[in-house]
Design a protein around this ligand. Structure first.
Ligand SMILES: CCCCCCCC/C=C\CCCCCCCC(=O)SCCNC(=O)CCNC(=O)[C@H](O)C(C)(C)COP(=O)(O)OP(=O)(O)OC[C@H]1O[C@@H](n2cnc3c(N)ncnc32)[C@H](O)[C@@H]1OP(=O)(O)O
Length: 225
């Protein structure tokens, strides 16, 4: 089994990671939300030098307080019987409510096993002035495509990701992401996705191939049939 396959098995099957119950996850999600506000405030602040120095010191003190009890690795959510593991990565950089760098994006699965998300990216994800950074769009799409593979019962790691940036993606407005699996061949799942702006314009199209690491089964990653 590849290193990644073995690691996934240790986390999702053998219970190597700390597992948080819902109230604890909600507490930490609240903390992460405050840090997202802080990031926005840092990016946009125009307070004077003395205030920047004073706030920097206070933040350093807050960091030391949080680090007083530190886990070796990000925790995951406790398993919910019958539910897939995909939502258990609470610190995922796209969907993780505990991770301040995650927007976070909430991905939903439809009964037909396609997936979608409605999300708004703030100006902290700016690439070209006024628009979303292409790498951020790629990151969101990678996760959404992976969720589509997972929803189709054929999860895996990203082996290939192909992007076509058709139009600039605006930030600060509601965006829609959609994805679906198009073909499953052995351990390989082909997927397609897109980001759609409020006026219906498709701004980014993506296709990806996901490959299930050797030695893992979809069931080990918590797929439910
Ligand atoms: C973050 C993961 C979370 C997991 C959570 C688990 C629960 C939820 C589950 C799922 C949710 C997913 C949501 C996450 C979304 C984000 C995912 C990422 O960010 S993943 C990180 C970036 N990707 C890597 O780091 C891969 C690095 N690459 C590898 O480890 C290997 O190359 C790997 C596993 C992809 C393939 O290695 P081999 O040794 O198994 O490959 P061989 O046996 O040669 O090929 C198997 C089949 O795949 C095809 N294949 C391999 N590479 C391909 C490629 N680049 N393009 C097309 N086909 C490829 C081959 O042609 C072959 O197909 P034929 O069986 O012959 O039909």
């Amino acid at each position: 089994m590849s290193g990644a396959g073995a690691a996934m098995r240790r986390v999702f099957v053998d219970g190597e990671r700390a597992e948080l119950d819902q109230p604890r996850a909600a507490e930490l999600a609240g903390l992460a939300a405050r840090v997202r506000e802080l990031t926005e405030a840092v990016v946009h602040t125009d307070v004077d030098a003395a205030e920047v120095a004073a706030v920097s010191e206070e933040i350093a003190a807050l960091t030391r307080r949080l680090a007083a009890a530190r886990r070796a690795a990000p925790p995951i959510a406790a398993p919910v019987p019958g539910a897939p593991h995909i939502g258990r990565q609470l610190a995922n950089p796209v969907t993780g409510p505990l991770n301040p760098i995650a927007p976070p994006v909430e991905i939903h699965t439809r009964p037909d096993r396609t997936v979608f998300c409605d999300f708004t990216l703030t100006s902290v994800y700016e690439g070209p002035p006024g628009f979303v950074h292409g790498g951020v769009s790629a990151m969101v799409l990678d996760q959404l495509l992976g969720a589509a593979a997972h929803a189709a019962g054929a999860p895996g790691m990203t082996a290939a990701l192909d992007l076509r940036y058709r139009r600039p993606t605006p930030y600060g407005v509601p965006l829609r992401g959609e994805a679906e699996a198009t073909e499953v061949v052995g351990r390989r799942t082909h997927t397609a996705a897109r980001i759609i702006a409020p006026d219906g314009t498709v701004t980014v199209e993506a296709t990806a191939v996901f490959v299930l690491p050797r030695g893992l089964t979809p069931e080990a990653l918590g797929n439910v049939e």
